[in-house]
Design a protein around this ligand. Structure first.
Ligand code: PAF
Length: 270
């Protein structure tokens, strides 16, 4: 695996006319990332992974400070997977050209995480845009755990680039908790609570599938989840999985959840 610390060097050495798959990450790699890398390796001649903890997508300084960092372990994982290239740029490399770094969300898109983490998706789209302005992979890969992120990135890339976006479904641990780099910050007891939440929501989802009017019980399930010690829901919403509107039926709905497990903010969708 060749490790590049700057995009200039990457551009000098890598032929982007070839079929290159790009998996952008913030490191602390887990099976979710690994599934994206494996898909890229299947679809593309060469796979490029980036590890960049993007400051502009953190709306709280402390969250950025506490975000898990495991570079040595990440490199081991990437080497074992036979990844071709790792890009590990620094902040200056990405943001030195202050032009074109600001991206605005459309009014309709200011829902769920966009409402609760102001500036977050603007930061995500800015970093993806910075990457894609500087090099053009053929394919790019994102996880479905960050469903709203995937939705916004797909829309943004479709409008601005000729790059095909692929996604992989959420990978869950043995307790059915969605894998996230932030899970390292939870202890066993916290994970158990997250696991109870998943099973409550899955039960709820099954009831909705049988009878859409069961969505009326959304408040009951909110109260039930909030009654777990140290758990606080930020939002629990049902939306159309194709356009994220509130116009859904029993064949196209998805349940979206963001909550705090102690001080750790987690998201999931079902
Ligand atoms: O999902 C992530 O890890 C990040 O939001 C991404 C897409 C790598 C952008 O920094």
């Amino acid at each position: 695996m060749i490790i590049f610390k700057s995009i200039n060097k990457l551009n000098k050495e890598v032929n982007f006319k070839a079929n290159i798959g790009f998996v952008p990450t913030m490191g602390s790699l887990h099976q979710g990332h690994i599934s994206l890398i494996k898909l890229s390796k299947k679809k593309c001649e060469k796979t490029l992974v980036s590890i960049f903890i993007n400051p502009s997508q953190f709306n709280k300084k402390n969250d950025l400070k506490k975000y898990p960092r495991n570079l040595k372990k990440d490199i081991k994982i990437l080497k074992k997977l036979n990844v071709d290239y790792l890009l590990k740029p620094n902040v200056n490399d990405i943001y030195k050209n202050k032009k074109n770094t600001k991206i605005k969300l459309e009014k309709n898109d200011k829902i769920m995480c966009a409402l609760h983490r102001p500036g977050h998706f603007e930061g995500v789209l800015a970093v993806i845009n910075q990457f894609l302005q500087k090099f053009k992979p053929k394919h790019i890969f994102f996880g479905e755990k960050d469903y709203q992120q995937l939705y916004l990135i797909k829309k943004f890339i479709k409008k601005n680039y000729k790059i095909k976006v692929f996604s992989c479904s959420t990978i869950r641990d043995k307790n059915n908790v969605a894998l996230s780099s932030r899970n390292i910050l939870l202890n066993r007891n916290d994970i158990n609570k997250s696991s109870i939440i998943v099973s409550e929501i899955l039960k709820f989802k099954n009831k909705i599938k049988k009878n859409i009017s069961f969505t009326k019980n959304l408040n009951n399930i909110k109260t039930k989840i909030n009654s777990l010690k140290n758990i606080k829901i930020e939002y629990l919403e049902i939306r159309n999985k194709y356009n994220l509107s509130k116009n859904y039926n029993k064949n196209n709905f998805k349940i979206f959840l963001a909550y705090y497990n102690k001080k750790i903010r987690l998201i999931d969708n079902y």
